[in-house]
Design a binder for this molecule. Structure first.
Ligand code: ATP
Length: 231
């Protein structure tokens, strides 16, 4: 894919394939093009050229099918601040055409699963940071997607919550969920991801199994990351 904003090329001929069931890490310095790539995959940004397929469906010509498979946990909280968190989940499920009764069941199931049931009636602004992160994940999973795309899910969270989120993501992946993760925490990518892509100034500079990247990394992922991404 290529994505240009005016005459600036944010993503420059990036070609990659994430296998079903993979835990894929998409790394790169600030401004490298990660969020732009994610926006293109999920259909929030229109690519300038190229194509994107999600489980075999073209995400432009077959957007309805493609989007059905994707759960997105965005970087920023974008919940409706006047809704209870239960209604946040119910609204989200509504976008995917689930029957009203099923929608409510699904919302309650997710609240339970993410330990949020007790706060179901609160607006998201009244939750702690950790709960907001969990709500982001619950909302991404409401329509039972096949790939979960996470844009820096652990930015600014404390150690305990980070470990909790890691365990959650590992469990989802073990249950078959494909995961596409961006993070600035290289130890996170090292701990979780089976394969890693590194982007620098819009161009892919590495795409390989984490283990291979580490094998040529010397003293850890940070060394090879800096070597590949420094101007
Ligand atoms: P970060 O790690 O800081 O979140 P990123 O890798 O996600 O960075 P992007 O947000 O994809 O980077 O941005 C890539 C480049 O595209 C940046 O130079 C950014 O300024 C530019 N860019 C992003 N969105 C727009 C837009 N709507 N119009 C113009 N330029 C944009």
């Amino acid at each position: 894919m290529v994505k240009r904003y005016g005459d600036f090329t944010a993503v420059d001929d990036v070609s990659l394939r994430v296998e079903a069931g993979d835990f894929f890490g998409f790394l790169g310095p600030n401004g490298a093009g990660k969020t732009t790539t994610i926006s293109a995959i999920v259909g929030l940004a229109r690519i300038t050229s190229g194509s994107i397929e999600v489980f075999g469906y073209d995400n432009v010509t077959q957007w309805r099918e493609a989007r059905r498979f994707i759960g997105l946990a965005p970087q920023e909280y974008n919940f409706d601040r006047y809704l209870s968190i239960r209604d946040v989940l119910i609204f989200q499920a509504g976008y995917y055409g689930l029957a009203p009764r099923l929608v409510r069941e699904r919302a309650d199931e997710l609240l339970e699963q993410f330990g949020l049931q007790r706060h179901a009636k609160l607006e998201y602004t009244k939750l702690s940071g950790g709960m907001k992160r969990r709500l982001t994940l619950a909302r991404a999973l409401v329509h039972d997607p096949k790939i979960l795309i996470l844009d820096e899910p652990t930015a600014g969270v404390d150690v305990e919550l980070r470990l909790e989120l890691w365990a959650l993501l590992r469990r989802l992946n073990a249950e078959g969920m494909t995961i596409f993760l961006t993070t600035h925490y290289l130890e996170e990518a090292e701990a979780l991801c089976r394969n890693i892509g590194i982007i620098r100034a819009g161009r892919l500079v590495a795409l390989e199994p984490t283990r291979d990247l580490l094998a040529r990394a010397g003293r850890g992922l940070q060394d090879i990351f800096l070597e590949l991404t420094r101007a």
